[in-house]
Design a protein around this ligand. Structure first.
Ligand code: FES
Length: 87
């Protein structure tokens, strides 16, 4: 499987209202960290998540987290080859 594009090497820290959100899985969205439909034609699908109450979150933008959609610190372990994918 092709790796997702790294949208950024840091998470997006946001305070979100209760509701359902669609996290970009492919890394191509221009509305990071959320899906804008850019995954169409790829093997990726966005990841839905729901917040029951207002919450501060750190959403992964490197697309390598093992705890989608949340940052798990994996971005700190990415090497130079990974870093060249950003932009
Ligand atoms: S931004 Fe992806 S794990 Fe932190």
């Amino acid at each position: 499987m092709v790796d997702a594009r790294i949208a950024a090497l840091t998470p997006a820290g946001l305070e979100l209202e209760p509701g359902t959100y669609w996290w970009c899985r492919c890394g191509l969205s221009r509305a990071q960290p959320f899906c804008d439909g850019s995954h169409k034609g790829t093997s990726f699908s966005p990841v839905a998540f729901e917040l029951k109450e207002k919450q501060s979150v750190a959403l992964c933008r490197c697309k390598r987290t093992q705890n989608m959609p949340f940052c798990d610190g994996t971005h700190r372990t990415l090497g130079d080859a990974d870093r060249k994918q950003t932009g």
